[in-house]
Design a protein around this ligand. Structure first.
Ligand code: ZN
Ligand code: ZN
Length: 292
C-alpha cells in the first residue's frame, strides 16, 4: 500500500507562505507591519509571525494576505515553532516534550526548528513525539552559520519510522551586513488549500498537502503502486531519497531535467523527492510511504 497526501490531487488553489519569521517584538528588525508588506510584495499569500517567547499581533489588515499567529519557544538551543498559537505561555519549568505537549493542547502545530543549527541529533529528536515536522531547511541558519540543511536528521527519523513533514523556513531576522546575505525571502512552502483562511491553510499544512522550496517549482506529482512521476521547473538533479542506500539520483547531463519517472522497487519503506537546480537551490516533497 502506498500512502501519500498528494497536494496535486487535492482540490483548491496554491498558496505561497513562510512559517517562521521574527519582528521587532523579539530580535528581528522589521516591524510586524513591515514584514507583512515585504512578503506580500514578493508574492507570498501568508506568513506566520513567530517571535521568541511571545505572540505578535499585527494591527493592520492586508487584503488577500493571511497572517497566522505563532511563536518560537524553547529551552537553550532547542527551539520549536508553534504555528497557530494564540497566546504565549511560560516554558521555564517545562521539559522539551512538555513544551510540545502544551502547544498541541492549545491546538497549535509544533515544528522542530533548525535541528542542525541547534546541535540536535536524530537520537535527541527520536525521544520526542507529537511534533508535525522539522525544518529541513532554515534560511537564516544557512546564511549566518552555513548550517541550514537538516535533511540527514529528517532521513534518520523517517528511517526509524517517524512519519514527519519537512518545512523550508526563512526564520527572518533581516540583519544583512558586509559579509552576510539577507535572510528574508529565501524559502517558501507551497500549500494546496480550499481557501486562504487560517483554518484551511493550517488543515492542509498539518496533513502534508504542501512542498517546500528555496527556488525550484514542482508542477506535478503522480504516485501509483509501482511508480512515482514528477514534473518540475528545469533542474539539474532529481533525487528519490529512501531508506539507507535505496532510492536513486537522476541527473541532466547535457540539458536540465523537467520530468522523470521512478519505478518503485518495493523495499523502499519511504521515498521523498528532492530536486536541485543549476544554482544549487532545492525543493523537497513530503514522503511517500510504503506501508506493506
Ligand atoms: Zn530558533
Ligand atoms: Zn527563529
Amino acid at each position: 500500500m502506498i500512502e501519500f497526501k498528494n497536494p496535486f490531487k487535492r482540490k483548491g488553489n496554491w498558496y505561497k507562505g513562510n512559517l517562521h519569521l521574527h519582528t521587532t517584538n523579539s530580535d528581528g528588525t522589521y516591524t510586524p507591519e513591515e514584514i507583512c508588506i515585504v512578503y506580500k510584495n514578493e508574492g507570498y499569500n501568508f506568513i506566520a509571525i513567530t517571535d521568541h517567547g511571545r505572540v505578535t499581533s499585527v494591527k493592520k489588515n492586508f487584503p488577500s494576505f493571511l497572517v497566522i499567529k505563532g511563536a518560537e519557544l524553547g529551552k537553550g538551543d532547542f527551539h520549536v515553532v508553534a504555528v497557530g498559537l494564540k497566546k504565549e505561555f511560560i516554558v521555564e519549568k517545562l521539559s522539551c516534550q512538555e513544551i510540545i505537549d502544551e502547544i498541541n493542547r492549545r491546538k497549535a502545530y509544533p515544528i522542530i526548528a533548525h535541528p542542525y543549527w541547534s546541535g540536535l541529533t536524530s537520537s535527541d529528536l527520536l525521544k520526542l513525539k507529537n511534533y508535525i515536522g522539522i525544518e529541513v531547511y532554515n534560511n537564516t541558519c544557512e546564511k549566518i552559520k552555513g548550517k541550514g540543511y537538516s535533511s540527514v536528521h529528517w532521513d534518520e527519523l523517517l528511517q526509524k519510522g517517524k512519519k514527519i513533514l519537512g518545512f523550508a523556513s526563512d526564520d527572518t531576522h533581516h540583519r544583512p551586513d558586509k559579509y552576510r546575505e539577507d535572510d528574508a525571502l529565501g524559502s517558501f512552502i507551497m500549500v494546496k488549500a480550499t481557501s486562504l483562511s487560517e483554518r484551511s491553510i493550517l488543515n492542509s499544512i498539518k496533513n502534508g498537502y504542501f512542498y517546500s522550496s528555496t527556488g525550484p517549482i514542482i508542477e506535478n506529482i503522480e504516485v501509483s503502486k509501482n511508480k512515482i512521476y514528477i514534473k518540475t521547473s528545469p533542474v539539474k538533479h532529481i533525487d528519490f531519497i529512501s531508506y539507507a542506500g535505496k532510492g536513486s539520483r537522476f541527473s541532466g547531463k547535457r540539458k536540465l531535467l523537467r520530468e522523470i519517472e521512478y519505478k518503485i522497487k518495493g523495499d523502499e519503506e519511504y521515498i521523498r523527492i528532492e530536486i536541485t537546480d543549476k544554482s544549487g537551490k532545492k525543493a523537497w516533497t513530503n514522503p511517500v510511504y510504503k506501508t506493506c
